[in-house]
Write a protein that binds this ligand. Structure first.
Ligand code: G6P
Length: 490
């Protein structure tokens, strides 16, 4: 696109997110590098590798400080530096109020309909505002011009767009909300609903995964703000400034970097079978995600229980490998989920286990992308049973991992990805019996049908990859900048 080529080289691109793309931790043998389990990081990192710029994020690893220079900057990826990572350090009080408190006990359950009650504390709100201000300071300091393109990421930074707008009025601010946006009635229970919407309306463009989430946001702005809504152009004008509200379905890089290091599918299967001590005819389902109550992990284990109860012929022939990365474990609902999952797994294994064989294997630890891809390639099916999910990139990664065009994807209708991957087996995670039937359908699916479905899904993810996601946002931003230049010249 001409407009992109003309506009972007002139612009400084900055990303702001809570989670950093590379975490350095002290380990027994020096400093170990970790790539966090985060859909946001999985999507944005390849974009930044391709276009350079500055990524501003919270430094969270125990050895992060040892890898930066005096200005808190480090060039990454460590093996092949392509862009600048600017780390911001938070105190324990800031981290507790802003990240654990307001973001993850308030906004996360508020936006996901998973029936966990959101908690709103005044002190958390104070810290959230304060951290947003601190990041605004860093953005202004890192800006090398008065009109950078700033890509603000997610629910940790709802107030940041307005704060940047006040100090850099000519900046192009694109904010992407990676989680769902609930209906106005639900969002309205937040005591700071007006401040949050006001903060977001500092953006030039505000993006969500789906049109549905855009509509919900427009409804909330309509109900709670004195704004002018133009539904035809999907824009909101507030305080004399216009914000475009647009759907940009996020995706993954194609082909994924982790695929390059993979052995043939047959070898992956052998390796995983050996690791889990499984016979060669064992059918394998894989579930992999952060250990989060929105992911429907208990629900899928219940469905396995239902499957083996109704269809005992699968006992001893089918296993669910559930990998779960501990996350936000300080918070009650997360530690409770871990405990409940462990109990449920023991119960199901006691009920259906035979001669030392256990049908559910729960592996609670972080997996690096290459390990995740090996598991995907070793399996007969992948289960994504989120109770609610903005997009869910695990579904797209599974499809990308299967260059053999085999494997079945079971996908929750409450994940944004189900709007695009309609050849998956679409399930309702609240319907245990229905999900058990889907397991059965997957187990019985012919090689030819698997190939037909997988081909269509792979075509879609290849085309709608993360570069296209980023390019569409940047293209809209470039058009805005040109339009603004023309109007200000007149
Ligand atoms: C979701 C959020 C991301 C977040 C990720 C991991 O994908 O949208 O912003 O980074 O979860 O969560 P964590 O709290 O570990 O960063």
């Amino acid at each position: 696109h001409r407009v992109l080529v003309e506009e972007l080289p002139r612009a400084q691109v900055m990303v702001v997110s809570n989670r950093e793309p590379y975490i350095h931790n002290h380990s027994g043998n020096g400093i170990a590098l970790q790539i966090p389990a985060s859909g946001l990081v999985a999507a944005l990192e390849p974009v930044m590798r391709a276009c350079g710029g500055t990524w501003i994020a919270h430094g969270s690893g125990s050895a992060d400080r040892d890898t930066v220079d005096a200005t808190d900057r480090v060039r990454v990826p460590p093996a092949d530096p392509a862009y600048l990572l600017r780390r911001v350090w938070l105190s324990e009080q800031e981290q507790n109020g802003y990240y654990y408190g307001l973001a993850n006990e308030g906004l996360w359950p508020l936006c996901h309909i998973a029936f966990v009650r959101p908690i709103f504390r005044e002190e958390d709100w104070t810290q959230y505002r304060r951290v947003n201000e601190r990041f605004a300071d860093v953005v202004v300091r890192e800006a090398s011009c008065d009109d950078p393109v700033v890509l603000v990421q997610d629910y940790h930074f709802a107030l940041l767009p307005r704060m940047i707008r006040d100090r850099l009025p000519k900046a192009t601010i694109i904010t992407f909300w990676h989680i769902p946006w609930p209906n106005a009635e639900t969002f309205g229970i937040c005591p700071w609903r007006r401040e949050i919407i006001d903060g977001l309306l500092g953006s030039s463009i505000l993006g969500f995964h789906t049109q549905f989430h855009c509509n919900n946001f427009i409804e909330a702005a309509d109900r709670f703000m004195e704004s002018r809504i133009d539904r035809e152009h999907a824009s909101i004008t507030f305080g004399g400034q216009e914000t475009l509200i647009r759907p940009y379905p996020i995706s993954i890089e194609w082909p994924p970097a982790a695929l390059a290091q993979q052995a043939p599918v047959r070898d992956c299967r052998d390796a995983v079978r050996r690791r889990f001590d499984l016979p060669s005819d064992m059918r394998i389902a894989i579930g992999i995600e952060r250990f989060d109550y929105t992911k429907g992990i208990l629900d899928r284990i219940r469905a396995v229980d239902d499957l083996l109860t109704r269809h005992p012929e699968w006992v001893g022939r089918f296993v669910l490998i559930q990998a779960a990365a501990p996350t936000r474990s300080k918070l009650g609902p997360y530690s409770a989920l871990q405990a409940e999952a462990e109990q449920l797994v023991s119960k199901v294994n006691a009920r259906h286990g035979r001669d030392g064989f256990e049908p559910v294997r729960l592996v609670v630890r972080h997996h690096e992308p290459t390990e995740v891809f090996e598991l995907f390639r070793a399996s007969d099916m992948c289960v994504v049973s989120s109770l609610h999910d903005g997009m869910n990139l695990v579904a797209k990664e599974f499809v990308a991992a299967r260059d053999d065009e085999q494997g079945v994807l079971m996908l929750s209708s409450f994940a944004g990805a189900s709007r695009e991957l309609s050849e998956a087996l679409i399930v309702n995670p609240y319907d245990t019996h229905g999900m058990a039937e889907a397991f059965l359908q997957a187990l019985r699916m012919s090689v030819a049908e698997q190939r037909d479905r997988m081909r269509l899904m792979r075509e879609l993810v290849r085309e709608r990859n993360v570069y296209r996601w980023a390019a569409q946002m940047l293209l809209d931003a470039a058009r805005l900048r040109q339009r603004q230049r023309i109007t200000s010249a007149n």
